[in-house]
Structures are given as structure tokens and as C-alpha cells.
Design a protein around this ligand. Structure first.
Ligand code: SAH
Length: 393
């Protein structure tokens, strides 16, 4: 920047341009020398200290991530958004065939679209908007999605704690077309009924798709315990994989009811499955049934960085109980979707749990997010799910 002050752009502090040049989407308040004269949610050019244009971002001065980049060049921001959506859809077309009709269409920064999640439920799109900047772009996004995909309906389910920080209240409702619940989706040929309005997240955990394949592979002739079973996606896969029995445990009676429906829908032998409305921590302590395969897929115990110590205690607790309980030669699939607990820390927790359970434990496999949740190499913060397959002697 020379002598004239540029009032329309974000000007970064000297030396703070590197992450943006490296295509990282977030600009923290501490990196900004001067903010433009415009309102929260507006899209503005972003310039280095020396005045070079680095791209465009939408801003929200009320949040610590003050700006989020939507392109890294001089293209029109709306053109860039359209291209990013088209690229996201192209990837999904390459990943799935007609045997899978439910998946994540747009994975926020992973698809170059900060603040936006869109899931595809066999013709119905469920949107989650987490930032003010994206909220402003919602109409444009809906238009583009309608043009590209011709959906039956678009339903917004923007219910997340981060919205309050952005100055937004929760927002739900039909944005386009109609919503007929439940929707039925296919995943690798398996049928699932999904209720998007009265459910967790957008309705279904697509991020665990790879692990569901793995559960099918390991379940054969085993007695399976599916902890935190939600609507029974792992339960159905275990039964399809030839499990001798599958017990599902969740605190939500509605989720368990839907799990039963999904088991029936897939013509699985309903006599092989049982359902327990219970707290997993308690259930694992008191159950005396023998299991050869235990699945632990809890909700995120660490929602923020300050939760990490307590969350590790929770992960250790359930892993220790499962390792103690599983039969010799048994398998455990243990997962964590806490972003603040990385793969190394999670493995340390499982190490401690194994020591305390006094069993020999070996890692057979590691698994991560399903590929419709791409992680942008320039934005590794998109990685959150990690899983270990353990063999317990
Ligand atoms: N494994 C599931 C997703 C799990 S989501 C799938 O693949 O679809 C987490 C689930 O844990 C939710 O259904 C929630 O109701 C349940 N839950 C949360 N805390 C729990 C607890 N302490 N005991 C049992 N279930 C719990």
C-alpha cells in the first residue's frame, strides 16, 4: 500500500499474507491492519500490506475469524462460488453410482466454500449455513443448486452453536420445493430411512460410510455390540455382514425406534437384534453379555479446546470398558469425531485404556473421513474423524 488508504479492502499486516497466499480460508482479526468501510457479511477484496490483491473474502468483524476467503484471485466472487459448487458436484458424481443416493455434496472449506454444508438425500438437499457471510449468499446458493441438480426440495437446518457468535439465530425451513419425510436413501445398496427435521446433524452420518463397509467385513459370525447406535446404520451393516447378534445402545428412544425400522426395511432377521435405551458408560459397566465385536462411535466429547482433558477421560472410560469386556480374539472399532483430539492423542488415550484393561491390543486398521468429506490440503482444520480397528487378545 502506498500513501492512499484503500477503504474498500481488507489490508493485512506486514508479513501476514502467507497463509492467504497458501490458500488458507481463514483470516484472524490479529492479521488485519485495516478493515474496509462496509458492513458485516459483505464480500471485499483482500490485499497484502504492499497492496497486492490476494482474493476476496466475506467479513464479520464480530468473530475472531474476521474474514473467510471465497477466492484467491481477481475473479468475480459469485463466479468463484458457482465454480466451487460445480466442482463439488463433479467430485460426488465421480464417487457414487445409483447404489448410493445419500452423501455430502458440499463440505465447507473442503470444497472451497466456508460456512456451507449441503447433504444430498435422494433428491432432497439439506443445507447448513454456519456464518453470516454465507447466510447472505444463501439465495444465490439455492439458485445454483436448483439449476445444477433440480432437487425435489431444499431444506435448511442451520442449527449450530457457532451461529450465535456470528450474530445469527438458528434457522430451519423449506427453502425450495417440498419436504416429504422420512426420505429413503441407499448406501451401497442398503436402505435407510432418514428424518431430517427431527434428527441429529442433517439426519445421517455420511462421514462414517467407510467404517460401515468395514463393519460389514468384520461382523461375520460375531456377537456385535453397537454403542451410540443412533438410527442403526452400523447395526444394519453388521447384520448384513452376517453377525450372529447385534445389540444397539443409545440414550435416544426415537433413534432406537428408527434403528429397528431400518433393520426391518432391509429384511434383516429381526430376531438377531436387541435395543437398549441406556447410557453407554453405564451399560458397559453392568453388562455381562459376551461380545466379539464392539463399536464405539460416540458424539464429540470435546466440543471446544478447553474440553479436551475431560473428553479424554470419557474416551478412556468407554474404551477401557470395551477392551475389558470384549471376548479374546475380539474386535473393537473405536472412533472420535472431536476435532480438538487429534489422531495421536486419541491413540494415546486408547493406549492408556488398554493398559488399564490389562489386555494385549493391536491396531489392525485406521480409518478417516469418507471421501465425500474431502479435506482441503490448504485447510487441514477440516479433518476431525479418526477411528481405530483394534484386535484384543
Ligand atoms: N454411530 C452412529 C452415529 C452416532 S451419533 C451412526 O453411524 O449413525 C451419537 C449417538 O450417541 C446419538 O444417537 C446420541 O443419542 C447417542 N448418545 C450420546 N450420548 C450417549 C450416551 N452417553 N449413551 C448412549 N448414547 C449416547
Amino acid at each position: 500500500m502506498k500513501n492512499e488508504r484503500d477503504h474498500a479492502s481488507i489490508i493485512l499486516k506486514k508479513g501476514k499474507e502467507k497463509p492467504v497466499i497458501n490458500h488458507h480460508h481463514w483470516i484472524f482479526s490479529g492479521a488485519i491492519m485495516a478493515m474496509p468501510r462496509c458492513g458485516a457479511g459483505d464480500i471485499v477484496p483482500v490485499k497484502s500490506f504492499s497492496g497486492d490483491l490476494l482474493g476476496h473474502a466475506y467479513i464479520n468483524p464480530a468473530t475472531s475469524i474476521t474474514a473467510r476467503m471465497i477466492n484467491f484471485d481477481d475473479a468475480s466472487p459469485l463466479d468463484s462460488i458457482r465454480r466451487a459448487i460445480q466442482a463439488a458436484l463433479k467430485l460426488r458424481k465421480a464417487l457414487f453410482n445409483e447404489r448410493t443416493t445419500g452423501y455430502r455434496l458440499i463440505n465447507a472449506e473442503g470444497d472451497g466454500l466456508p460456512g456451507l454444508i449441503a447433504d444430498w438425500y435422494n433428491g432432497l438437499i439439506v443445507l447448513q449455513v454456519s456464518t453470516l457471510g454465507m447466510e447472505r449468499l444463501k439465495r444465490v446458493i439455492v439458485e445454483i443448486l436448483c439449476k445444477e441438480l433440480n432437487p425435489i426440495g431444499i431444506y435448511e437446518k442451520s442449527v449450530m452453536p457457532g451461529r450465535a457468535e456470528e450474530g445469527l439465530s438458528d434457522s430451519t425451513g423449506v427453502l425450495y420445493g417440498t419436504l416429504n419425510e422420512p426420505v429413503e436413501i441407499l448406501e451401497s445398496g442398503i436402505r435407510f430411512l432418514v428424518r431430517v427435521t427431527d434428527s441429529q446433524k442433517t439426519g445421517f452420518y455420511f462421514d462414517q460410510r467407510q467404517m460401515r463397509e468395514l463393519v460389514k467385513d468384520y461382523a461375520g459370525r460375531r456377537r456385535v455390540l453397537n454403542c451410540f447406535s443412533y438410527t442403526g446404520a452400523f447395526t444394519v451393516c453388521a447384520l448384513k455382514g452376517g453377525a450372529m447378534t447385534v445389540d444397539s445402545v443409545d440414550t435416544s428412544a426415537e433413534a432406537l425406534q428408527q434403528a429397528k425400522e431400518n433393520v426391518t426395511l432391509n429384511s434383516c432377521d429381526t430376531g438377531l437384534s436387541r435395543y437398549f435405551e441406556a447410557d453407554v458408560f453405564e451399560f458397559l459397566r453392568v453388562t455381562h453379555d459376551a461380545y466379539d465385536f464392539i463399536i464405539l462411535d460416540p458424539p464429540a466429547f470435546a466440543k471446544k479446546a478447553s474440553d479436551v482433558v475431560k473428553a479424554c477421560r470419557g474416551y478412556k472410560d468407554i474404551n477401557r470398558s470395551a477392551i475389558k469386556r470384549v471376548q479374546p480374539g475380539g474386535i473393537i472399532l473405536t472412533c472420535s469425531c472431536s476435532y480438538h483430539i487429534d489422531a495421536t492423542l486419541f491413540q494415546q488415550v486408547v493406549f492408556q485404556a488398554s493398559r488399564e484393561a490389562e489386555r494385549n491390543v493391536r491396531i489392525l486398521q485406521r480409518h478417516h473421513l469418507a471421501p465425500d468429506h474431502p479435506v482441503n490440503i490448504y485447510h487441514p482444520e477440516g479433518e476431525y474423524l479418526k477411528s481405530l480397528v483394534l484386535y484384543v487378545e
